[in-house]
Write a protein that binds this ligand. Structure first.
Ligand code: ADP
Ligand code: MG
Length: 204
């Protein structure tokens, strides 16, 4: 969290991907982030353009390398030979598949604010591959895709959500998808019980 900012001001960015919208999971997803105490400050539905998806996934200059490396490690862990030893080559394919996936229908864009928003949302969302995401997470509970299936079929793995991986990534992604005046600053009544130091407003 940046200096001079209270933890409760941390923001994260979420996309309910086309499969999440088609599976009617919009309400379920919002409910889970809402219930933990986060505040919804931006919300809209759009059909993304492929260029914006490319910009979104390459905002972190390290994403191409990290995702490729994660992928190669995954193949090796399963005793399989990766399609290439070059992480960037692998990610190029992932990115093309992602563009097809993410532009196939409407998506819901959201900005959530609250203490540890980035980490909390990633925890509730679950890890990338639904087959191995923990039970209790959104990806673990609501979708059954796997790398072995998406690889066989030559497509991106369908996992319902995107959620920012770090505070810096979130700031850049929010700027890419939302204008400042599309977000609303307001106080939620429940913030008093989550964050107030003295809790002196409860008893009559
Ligand atoms: P996350 O969305 O969990 O942050 P990444 O940033 O590594 O995951 O990847 C972005 C998205 O690209 C994933 O959510 C998934 O839809 C897709 N993806 C990543 N790796 C693969 C892969 N090996 N095969 C198919 N799709 C992938
Ligand atoms: Mg990511």
């Amino acid at each position: 969290m940046a200096k001079n900012k209270h933890h409760k001001e941390e923001r994260t960015f979420v996309i309910i991907k086309p499969d999440g919208v088609q599976r009617s999971l919009v309400g379920e997803v919002i409910k889970r982030y809402e219930k933990i105490g986060l505040k919804l400050i931006g919300l809209k539905i759009v059909i993304p353009k492929p260029e914006v998806i490319e910009t979104h996934y390459t905002i972190d200059p390290e994403w191409m390398r990290k995702t490729g490396e994660k992928n190669i490690a995954n193949y090796k862990k399963k005793g399989l030979t990766p399609p290439s030893e070059d992480p960037l080559e692998i990610t190029k394919i992932v990115l093309e598949n992602l563009k097809k996936y993410m532009t196939s229908g409407p998506v819901v864009l959201m900005v959530w604010q609250g203490a540890h928003a980035v980490g909390i949302v990633r925890k509730i969302t679950g890890t990338t591959e639904p087959l191995t995401s923990d039970v209790g997470t959104i990806r673990g509970d609501f979708v059954l895709d796997s790398y072995v299936m998406s690889d066989t079929d030559g497509r991106a793995v369908r996992n319902v959500l995107h959620a920012s991986g770090s505070v810096e990534e979130a700031e850049k992604e929010i700027k890419l998808w939302f204008k400042e005046n599309e977000m609303v600053n307001y106080r939620l009544v429940q913030e008093a019980i989550l964050y107030d130091v003295d809790l002196d407003g409860i008893l009559e």
